[in-house]
Design a protein around this ligand. Structure first.
Ligand code: FE2
Ligand code: FE2
Length: 163
């Protein structure tokens, strides 16, 4: 992941919550337990999820499972109790000053921030499974950050996530 991508992530923290019309669209794609999961995301992460969903849809994919994965891909970040800027700052620090972060990692919030970031695909996949998502949705979420792009749906999801 590029530094430019990380900077864009930082500015995502400033974007507004989904509108009522967007929430209605999200509810039409997700099952009620999946929507409950989505609603646990920080509002900036909800905004990001809606934008990724839109890009996947614009990419010509109307497969409901892929759209569910687009909306839930970062759900592993939900309920971390950390502000988005703290998580993004941890990732930026790791890119620019790994030695500094290594020292900070010894301290509570920064260590948690970094761990939330590193583990969010795996945790998100587990939460999606608990919410009754299909194996396809679970697999897409688990692979969205680092998975091989052999699967065209996964490739599109990753492209939409990085845009
Ligand atoms: Fe992610
Ligand atoms: Fe994402």
């Amino acid at each position: 992941m590029s530094v430019a991508h990380r900077i864009r992530q930082f500015f995502r923290a400033l974007r507004p919550a989904p509108t009522e019309a967007e929430r209605i669209a999200v509810r039409a794609v997700l099952t009620p337990p999946q929507y409950a999961l989505f609603a646990r995301l920080a509002v900036a992460d909800q905004r990001h999820a809606v934008e990724v969903y839109r890009r996947v849809l614009a990419g010509g994919v109307a497969d409901r499972e892929v759209l569910q994965a687009a909306l839930l891909h970062d759900v592993g970040k939900a309920g971390s109790g950390l502000r988005l800027w703290q998580r993004v700052a941890a990732v930026l620090l790791d890119a620019w000053a790994p030695g500094f972060l290594a020292r900070l990692k010894a301290r509570g919030p920064w260590r948690r921030a970094f761990r939330v970031y590193v583990r969010h695909p795996e945790r998100g996949a587990r939460l999606a499974r608990l919410a009754g998502s299909s194996e396809r949705v679970v697999t897409l979420i688990a692979a969205h950050q680092n998975g091989a792009a052999g699967d065209p749906a996964l490739a599109l999801l990753r492209q939409a996530d990085d845009a």
